[in-house]
Write a new protein. Sequence first.
Length: 327
Amino acid sequence: MKRRRFFFANAFTMILGAGIALLLSGCIYNISLLPKSGPLEEKVVEGSGEDKVLLLDISGVISEEKPDGLIEQPNMVARIKEELKKAEADKAVKAVVLRINSPGGTVTASDIIYHEILRFKQRTGRKVIASIVDVGASGGYYIAMAGDRVLAHPTAITGSIGVIMLHVNLQGLMEKVGVGAESIKSGAHKDMGIPTKSLSPEDRELFQTMINNMYARFLEVVGQGRKGLASDRIKTLADGRIYTATQAKEAGLIDDIGYLDQAIDLAKSEAGIQEAKVILYSRSGEYTNNIYSQAIQKEANPLATWGIDPKRLLQGGSAKFLYLWMP
């Protein structure tokens, strides 16, 4: 018995030592203990025939941040790029329906997704229909402008055309707990926007100029997507307010009011087909059995809706520019 214990103790010591040696040498540096997500798989959720209509999900806050969770997942921008690439390679995919349920997100992530959808259309000549299911505000509406037609559910909210930057000022709180922060900087504005001090008038003016430029980009995108609207009219509508589906249609911000299945029928009509399989791209373990599957995504950090990450604030996180509706 003692010999057996001695044998197992020595074996364990040798294995542990070898593992530490490999770790120190960098041989297993990239090994992750978290399960990895698998490749995209095509799932038919309704319909039949050889032709296909892809449902592309744009749900939750639009960001390049990596999703939280036990399973490693690509960020939203990377996922959408991956799905568009897969659809482009499949000649049977005749049209795409953007299933939008988003209050918006970061300026850059919204613009990249918009750009990738436009490139997909240019390379393939296929039709893209935007369907605003619940909320398609700010960055969500920005992306909808890449569609050939835009529909909204009767109860949907859209609009919120504009830019916002959230600056969290922790200076007062830090003073109460007796904590101070100083910046050693190379220029007067190097620390502009940090949460440990209030904005100076000069910093505020610089940020406002940047926001005005991003707002002009938003107006340009809406002008390209809603060609029937004059630029002066777009600017009047783009004061940040939200619109119901009825108001949006009356204002010319969307083409029609309709449910997701009507958007799918419109996609078929625009593609010149009558029958088609409606497909989703999902990964192993994700449950998909109808056109509304995967439409709802959980937000791991409730403050992330406002672009706030508590850990980053404590580490001196910077301000963010957002195409985001923040009720």
